[in-house]
Structure formats: structure tokens, C-alpha cells
Design a binder for this molecule. Structure first.
Ligand code: URA
Length: 241
């Protein structure tokens, strides 16, 4: 990879600030000051330093965001703010996109990555990846709703959903349902509850493929996933890491 491209891939530089840093003698490769932006490096092996500090190369990036309501799960929009607007510059420059959608009014775990294969694997219906949602609804949930979810409710007129788990935790007036679904149709969870005549008034995703939302993240905050979490996602997406 070209040195300047490598520097841009870290998110710390643009093409032009990378060139400036190289010309200013701030970048070294394996201990030797670099002079040419176009020099080729093996990004997996070379020790590239900026002002003497090593850069750890990452081919891909994985962020867990606790999405707030009011933001679109998109990379750009002419009208509305998107989840990328919540990221600092460093992360906005590296081509992250949301792997799977959350509605504008929904909150919770949104995975942002530049790893297309992982995103594809997680969203593919072949892999039945489990997503867990907390849904607050406008009426009391009944045991019949649990059975109906288990058997597969009908949405979109004639589409029979795959079996889904629905739990009604104690102490929430039976207006909180925790559901585990393996599909991702447009407004899937809201439509599933609506098929039972319950309107979702608040929706939050709390887990994807067994990786749980970090509850220390306030809405709008994010953190990088740990290696174990990435591995777990890879496994569930049918990929090797
Ligand atoms: N199901 C929905 O209805 N909305 C979401 O944002 C995600 C799943």
C-alpha cells in the first residue's frame, strides 16, 4: 500500500495532510524517515511511526454505537442528521457504514463498520443472526402474544415471520417485551407487535449475534469492539477470522 494511502486509512490524515506530514519528516518507516508519499509499504509488517509513535494498522474498523433517536441509519442524507454525524472526523473519513438499520426513532446497538463481508454476512437471511430488542408497547402484553411470536406472526399482509422469542419481564406493567428475531424486514419488530394490536412506542436494540450493547455507553456514544466481540460476530456471520 502507498504510504500516504496507509496514513489516510488510519483516519488521522487526509491525503494532503499525509503528504505534508511526510514532507515535514514526521513519518518514519522501520526507523527511517520517509520522504515520498508514494513509497510502497507492507502495512501488515512495517513499523510506521508518526512523530515517533507507532501506528497500529487495522484493515477494518468496528464500532458499537448506542444510537439515539432522531438520527438516520445512513451515511448521508439531504434532510436529516445521520449516525455518521455523531462520529469525530477521524472515523468519518474511513468509509464506515451501518451494518443493518435502526429506524430513525429507534435507539440502541448499531454496528458501524467498513467490513463489507461482515455486514453482508450478518444481514444475510441464510445466517439467521439473532437481534434482541426491548419494545415498550401501548397495551399490556398477553401470554397469547408470546405464543403467536413463537409460531410466527403475519406481517405485510401475507408474510409469515420466522418464529421469534418474546419475553415479558416482571415489573413493567406487561408493557415491555423483549423479543429475539432473526429477520430484518423494514419495521419488522414494530409490525410484529402491530400484528398483535400493540403499537411500539419505544424500541431499543440490545444485542446483535450475542454481542450485547455496552450499557455504559450513553445514547450517542460509541466505542470500538473488542477482538472477542468481532470474533463472535464473524462466527455468527458464517465467516472465519
Ligand atoms: N424493527 C423495527 O421495527 N425497527 C427497527 O429499527 C429495527 C427492527
Amino acid at each position: 500500500m502507498r504510504l500516504d494511502k496507509f496514513l489516510v486509512s488510519t483516519g488521522e490524515f487526509t491525503r494532503s495532510t499525509a503528504k505534508d506530514a511526510i514532507r515535514a519528516g514526521r513519518i518514519s518507516i522501520d526507523g527511517v524517515i520517509a520522504t515520498r508519499p508514494e513509497v510502497k509499504i507492507d502495512e501488515t509488517k512495517c513499523d510506521v511511526c508518526v512523530d515517533g509513535a507507532s501506528i497500529i494498522y487495522k484493515e477494518y474498523h468496528y464500532l458499537m454505537m448506542n444510537k439515539p433517536a432522531g438520527y438516520l441509519s445512513a451515511t448521508e442524507d439531504r434532510k436529516d442528521a445521520t449516525v455518521l454525524d455523531l462520529l469525530p472526523d477521524k472515523y468519518r473519513k474511513i468509509g464506515l457504514f451501518p451494518a443493518g438499520r435502526l429506524d430513525k426513532d429507534a435507539e440502541g446497538f448499531l454496528l458501524l463498520t467498513d467490513d463489507g463481508a461482515l455486514a453482508h454476512g450478518l444481514m444475510s437471511p441464510k445466517h439467521n443472526v439473532e437481534k434482541v430488542y426491548e419494545a415498550t408497547v401501548d397495551k399490556c402484553l398477553e401470554d397469547e402474544d408470546v405464543t403467536a411470536f413463537r409460531e410466527g406472526v403475519i406481517i405485510d399482509g401475507d408474510y409469515k415471520c420466522l418464529p421469534a422469542k418474546l419475553e415479558i419481564p416482571e415489573g413493567h406493567d406487561r408493557r415491555l417485551g423483549v423479543t429475539t428475531v432473526t429477520e430484518g424486514r423494514f419495521h419488522q419488530v414494530k409490525k410484529m407487535f402491530l400484528s398483535r394490536n400493540k403499537c411500539v412506542i419505544y424500541l431499543k436494540r440490545i444485542s446483535i449475534a450475542g454481542v450485547k450493547l455496552d450499557f455504559s455507553l450513553k445514547t450517542g456514544e460509541f466505542r470500538e469492539l473488542g477482538e472477542d466481540e468481532v470474533k463472535q460476530l464473524y462466527t455468527k456471520a458464517g465467516l472465519q477470522r
